[in-house]
Design a protein around this ligand. Structure first.
Ligand code: AMP
Length: 397
């Protein structure tokens, strides 16, 4: 990919507008999880080390173009000072005289935080006039918010077209991981797609069958595929109306030479509840009054056998109802096996999107995959093969 990084751009004495994601959870005015702030530290640190003056640009919540005091970024200042070890400056408006004057007056060791970009309607409409106002507080633009890169907003897209632009360290790490996972992967590539519904993952499945060698389908969405093949799935979560769509995806996979791996046995229960009475059933014998809540042991063996041969794994979505025991068994077993193969250097594993981070953390392997993306929507859109405006703008710069 052709984008610049912090290593390719002159930052010395420059005011560096850094688009970050510090949309942290807050309870009663207190930041309850500083993970997102911690993640911006390498970029801010490197900008300072190269003589640049960091100016943070971010959104916070959804104020919809109006000033909403309860969505002020001020609440993050204490956490930023602590995590970055910097003297924080703040501008009550992300554009205008105060922002520009404070950006010009920054001393070494200072970091300036600009108020919520979404207080202005021009942010989400990507208004060029608003982007030009933002640009007045910087000489260089760095985008470190991959998680916001699927939105063409002034601070994620417009600015990259107005100032010399580069990817921050988070953005760079994310793009490098995705590149290795899907754009130019070592083969064979296996994708695991699970979760509740096929309808939310049509674009994802359509893109993956054309790119991967084995596609493991699990979770509730596997039921739709099983039903489409004529199996009776009882009262399982199933989108019966998507039978044709499921068959089309299977056909497309066949044409592309992609093997679709569906469950060969399932764990069934009478109700969606932790520790509900359950048993393993083969596909022909799912009771009419039962629901499939997990993949069975033979299915796990089929999945791990694919991992044994694969060099690259891309994972989105749980293989069963992972929040309720014991229906987390297939997700845990497969995730732990993937982590082992990763640890022994035989597998490059990249996961992300929706509930995947929670499922892998629950399996105890959140930090044992090669890369776990916390970007949610942007990660999924990338897996769907869509162009991310924030990334495209960096590449155009
Ligand atoms: P998603 O957000 O599409 O990744 O879906 C995640 C959700 O799918 C989780 O809440 C799981 O409990 C749910 N899920 C996975 N497998 C099943 C299943 N067999 N039946 C019902 N829900 C499931």
């Amino acid at each position: 990919m052709a984008y610049k990084t912090l290593d390719d751009i002159d930052l010395s004495s420059k005011r560096v507008l850094i688009r970050v994601d510090i949309n942290v959870p807050v309870d009663n005015g207190v930041v309850t999880d500083a993970t997102r702030v911690e993640r911006i530290r390498p970029t801010v640190r490197d900008v300072m080390a190269k003589g640049g003056k960091p100016i943070l640009l971010a959104h916070f919540g959804r104020p919809k173009g109006r000033v909403a005091p309860d969505m002020s970024l001020k609440v993050t200042l204490g956490t930023l000072a602590e995590v970055l070890g910097a003297d924080m400056r703040f501008s009550e408006n992300c554009i205008g005289e105060e922002a520009v004057a404070t950006s010009n007056a920054l001393a070494p060791g200072d970091v300036l935080l600009l108020e919520n970009t979404r207080f202005h309607p021009g942010e989400e409409t990507n208004d060029p006039t608003f982007a030009a106002e933002l640009a007045k507080s910087g000489d260089v633009y760095v985008n470190d918010a991959f998680s916001a890169a699927h939105r063409a907003h002034a601070s994620t897209e417009g600015l990259a077209r107005l100032l010399p632009a580069a990817a921050g360290r988070n953005m760079q790490a994310e793009l490098e991981a995705l590149e290795k996972a899907l754009a130019s992967p070592q083969r064979p590539v296996v994708a695991v797609v699970g979760g509740a519904k096929v309808s939310t993952k049509l674009d994802l499945l359509g893109n993956l069958v054309a790119k991967v060698d084995h596609l493991v389908i699990g979770g509730g969405m596997a039921n739709t595929f099983l039903a489409a093949q004529g199996y009776d799935v009882g009262k399982s979560l199933c989108e019966h109306e998507l039978g044709d769509t499921a068959r089309e995806i299977m056909d497309k996979a066949k044409t592309a030479g992609c093997e679709v791996v569906l469950p060969v046995d399932v764990v069934v229960a009478g109700e969606f509840k932790a520790h509900a009475d359950n048993h393993v059933a083969d596909l022909e014998s799912v009771p009419a009054d039962a629901m499939i809540l997990d993949a069975g042991p033979q299915s796990i063996a089929e999945i791990t056998a694919r991992f044994d041969r694969a060099k690259t794994l891309v994972w989105n979505g749980p293989l069963g109802a992972f929040e309720i025991e014991p229906f987390n068994a297939a997700t845990n077993a497969a995730a732990q096996y993937a982590a082992e193969r990763t640890a022994s250097g035989e597998l490059l594993s990249v996961a992300g999107g929706g509930d995947t981070v929670a499922a892998l953390n629950a399996a105890g392997v959140g930090d044992r995959f090669t890369y776990v993306s916390t970007a949610g929507g942007a990660f999924l859109e990338w897996l769907e093969g869509k162009t991310l405006p924030g990334v495209a703008a960096l590449e155009a710069g």
